[in-house]
Design a protein around this ligand. Structure first.
Ligand SMILES: NC(=O)c1ccc[n+]([C@@H]2O[C@H](COP(=O)([O-])OP(=O)(O)OC[C@H]3O[C@@H](n4cnc5c(N)ncnc54)[C@H](OP(=O)(O)O)[C@@H]3O)[C@@H](O)[C@H]2O)c1
Length: 293
């Protein structure tokens, strides 16, 4: 397939591009800067210059493709307003991508997040949250999945809290950044809450499988570690960086404080069984051993 990808130069997207190219597909990658265009080209993709807000460029990209993978998101979590802007931009972009695919039966694979299910690991059957700070993302993904009724093979690959590669990425990556800035490897609450995780190279395989074979309107969990205790994550970060490991107030984590404090394990049993996906890369705690002071 000739695949149009947004976010193809990111931590997850660059793994997805490599996975696609290694399995006989070709890639057209949205690139918002010269540096991103060069990176896309170096990876073997054809760059298409433009940003998520350039809806006409997005439509041009989709028109040339047999399938679409959407991963781009402005990762500024510094304030609720900044997150809200990114959520709005993504919603409009996803709607534009879907519009061009109506009636074509072509695949649209969008990124999503694993939901929270009180007292148990969440599953692929649990609905996405549509309230709270990132609730708008849930509404955008739900709208994309509804295009299954209108001739789009739309699917969602749900990411755990940390998608990691060489010890960086996701919520654990944010904990590392805060530790470097503050000199303390902290965690919110008692640290017993669990976050699920996956290696980016394993997640990339699931994006390819969803693109190639997942039925319209379905959601999948890219979860390798069902749940790592946040205190254990902070302990590895502290040891690798030579910093003390201590609990911190929720405010330390800005608009993400409440999400950081939640126990939110997640399962991928259905995904593994139905799509034959099997994560094989190192788990988060092992991958964090790659951190350098
Ligand atoms: N990593 C995780 O643990 C994790 C967990 C859950 C969900 N996710 C989601 O998975 C997706 C990819 O995450 P990631 O970790 O790979 O992110 P990342 O490394 O920050 O990469 C973000 C990608 O999006 C592109 N991008 C951002 N804003 C854009 C805009 N306005 N126009 C065009 N391109 C734009 C970036 O382009 P440049 O290269 O030009 O910057 C980059 O290719 C995001 O939706 C993220 O929320 C990630």
């Amino acid at each position: 397939m000739h695949v149009f990808i947004t976010g193809g130069t990111g931590l997850i997207g660059s793994a997805v591009v490599a996975e696609l190219l290694g399995n006989g597909h070709t890639v057209l990658a949205l690139a918002r800067s010269d540096a991103s265009a060069l990176a896309a080209e170096a990876a073997g993709a054809e760059p298409l210059r433009g940003g998520l807000a350039d809806l006409d460029i997005l439509r041009t990209g989709v028109a040339q493709a047999d399938g679409v993978i959407h991963l781009a998101f402005g990762n500024d979590f510094s304030s609720a307003e900044a997150v809200g802007r990114s959520v709005g931009e993504e919603g409009a972009a996803l709607a534009a991508l879907g519009e061009v695919l109506l009636g074509s039966d072509r695949p649209l694979v969008t990124v999503s997040g694993t939901p929270y299910a009180p007292g148990r690991p969440s599953t692929e059957a649990d609905p996405l949250p549509t309230d709270g700070i990132v609730g708008g993302r849930g509404r955008s993904v739900t709208a994309a999945l509804a295009l299954a009724e209108h001739g789009v093979r739309s699917t969602a690959v749900r990411m755990p809290r940390t998608v990691h590669h060489n010890g960086t990425g996701g919520f654990a990556g944010l904990l590392t950044q805060i530790a470097r800035r503050t000199g303390v490897s902290g965690y919110p609450g008692d640290g017993l809450q669990r976050w699920p995780a996956v290696h980016a190279l394993d997640a990339a395989v699931l994006f390819r499988l969803a693109l190639e074979q997942a039925p319209a309107g379905t959601s999948w969990h890219a979860v390798a570690d069902e749940g790592d205790r946040v205190r254990d994550i902070a302990a590895v970060i502290g040891r690798r960086l030579g910093l003390p490991v201590e609990p911190q107030p929720a405010e330390t984590y800005g608009p993400l404080g409440a999400i950081f404090a939640t126990d939110q394990p997640s399962s991928s049993a259905h995904t593994q069984q139905a799509l034959g996906w099997k994560p094989t890369r190192p788990g988060l705690l092992e991958d964090l051993e790659n951190l350098e002071p």
